[in-house]
Unconditional design. Sequence first.
Lengths: 305, 279
Amino acid sequence: MFRAFVAGCGLLVLVILAWMIIATTRDALPVFEKEGIVGFFLGTEWAPGNARDGTITGEYGALEFLAGTIYVSIMAMIIAVPMAIGIALYLTELAPRRLRKPLTYMVDLLAAVPSVVYGLVGAKILAGVMLPLWNAINDNLAFLPFLGGTVRVNNLSLGALVLAIMVLPIISAVTREVFAQVPIDERHAAFGLGATRWEVMRHVVIHRSRAGIVGGSMLGLGRALGETIAVLLVLGANSRLLFEPFNTSQTVAAQIAAAFKEASPEYIRALVALGVALFVLTLIVNVLSRLVVNRFGNITGDASI
Amino acid sequence: MTSTTDRPSTDQPRSLRDRTANSIQRERKDRLVKAALLATVAFALIPLAFILSATAYQGLGAFGWEFLTQPPPANPNEEGGGYGPMVFGTIYMVGLAVLMSVPLGVAAAVFLVEYKESKLVAPIRFFTDVMTGVPSIFVGLFVFSALVIDADLFFGTLPGAVSLAVLMLPIVVRSSEEVLRLVPDDLRNAAYGLGARRRQVVTRVVLPAAGPGLITSAMLAGGRGGGGRRAGRRRRAAASRGTRMRRAGPACGEFRVRRGCGGRLRGRRTSVWRGCARS
């Protein structure tokens, strides 16, 4: 009896996950049927209709949002991953013993800040601070592709920066755990051969942890892909297929949040379809990253959340 | 390692004090990297200090008893008033969500820890991990289509609380699992030695021993629910439209924060939650 009860509670997680996929896919099915899977994912025409009787009258091609999501997430990764590795290296290899705990705690505290606050601080304060820098980069590197266009206050780079700060604690927590598992003997062996601290870090610690770094980064990527409110506030909500880093853009999650309130019944189906696309994307990234990270044993503490 | 080997050409033994150009270069690089790593950490802590000081600076003046208990003034230009209903709504909804997710989550954690021999443990743990990464907006859409459309519940507090509970469930499972794992095996073995059944061991020994830790994990999840207002917002959004408000509940604080009514008040609200999340 008891066993069946607790096992049932455990299975509930699987049931909810399956239920999520089924319920949303079923709601979004008319949209997928009309556009086709390829048409939905690669179409660029997004013209919502207003039908109330369950028919699909608009055009739904989600490429703009998907491209914006992936673009901003990858930019965030480019900023966050090196920083997270640096932080993890400092905290595991260099920090004085007394500082290690408080510093770790402070970096993890970044994960406890609600994402609305990131969005508000990013949109209201950071946007103004960063604008001169964006302008300087844009003017001086105008010969590069996608640069030299208009510079907006709320833009892709700002979104990437805010996202990077948000995923930093997750990546650095996983990376820290993985670094801590490098055998002390190997470090000592390298030191014994006369290696400097940096050489030990580079050739022993990082070398042994490559897979864990990849896994942790992908975990952060999963978070970045699904982040909604902060992105909505700093990205400027403009769904054109532009790849200009200083222009506005839009992501899947932010588009759902922005449009849901005013959406017609038909449009809601399309937004659910967008949600399914986002879910599939994050699910793939999450499953892959967990597969990699789990090879390092049971990750504990904040890293597991 | 870029090795610019220039060994002294003489065959005489070299004093350890004579440093080759290579070793000096390596040491310089080492120092450079150390400084760079320290700078990285400092750079990462800037946003934290920035956010804490900005919210405190902008919100502290407006924060007080009145802010927590009074409803906002009918005329937005008026002075005074607060976010009382939203504070209440947040607490109410998060409380409901905790009531739903914590018992289920702790039971699931018991299964993961106490029934290790089951083949189901590995997949459940794996998908719990995966579920922590499900975007909260998708959870909102799911609850919308499952409860609001299918079960005909309409918008309101309950679907909002359910979506928060779904978001919190995997976190509760994983953090409770950590806590249950900390209970020493000796305690379990002693109870088994006295002839207790597994149910008795769990309910009489393991859960009481893990009690305080489980409360902490529930509060952690509650704090996350309060901050992760995305899913809750789905509900609120249409409720405030007033079209079909059969069960429209109290307004949710985080949602109002998002709407940005009353700019100077917003930061402080979230600080309250941050305090909660970390307590």
